[in-house]
Design a protein around this ligand. Structure first.
Ligand SMILES: [Zn+2]
Ligand SMILES: [Zn+2]
Length: 85
């Protein structure tokens, strides 16, 4: 048994997520998403898939968006969802 890092619930089937050197304990995926899922830099939606990350040349941390439309709206003009035929 372990206590959820998001809501504090002490639950038999809690699980641990490791990100880099950090360990997080959760009682549900909902609580894991609430704490760990990144937020789109334009519309604020939680990103549960891969998202679109834009890094400056040589930059370590980029901006993350839910889709190319949001990336473009935030000024990342080169990002597209579709290959241009
Ligand atoms: Zn929880
Ligand atoms: Zn978005």
């Amino acid at each position: 048994m372990a206590r959820c890092d998001t809501c504090g619930n002490d639950y038999d089937y809690s699980f641990v997520i490791v990100r880099g050197s950090e360990h997080f304990t959760f009682d549900s995926f909902e609580c894991a998403i609430h704490k760990l899922a990144p937020v789109c830099g334009h519309c604020g939606v939680r990103i549960l898939g891969h998202g679109v990350e834009v890094r400056a040349p040589g930059g370590l941390h980029g901006s993350i968006y839910c889709c190319a439309h949001c990336a473009r709206s935030a000024g990342e003009g080169r990002v597209v969802d579709h290959v241009q035929a």
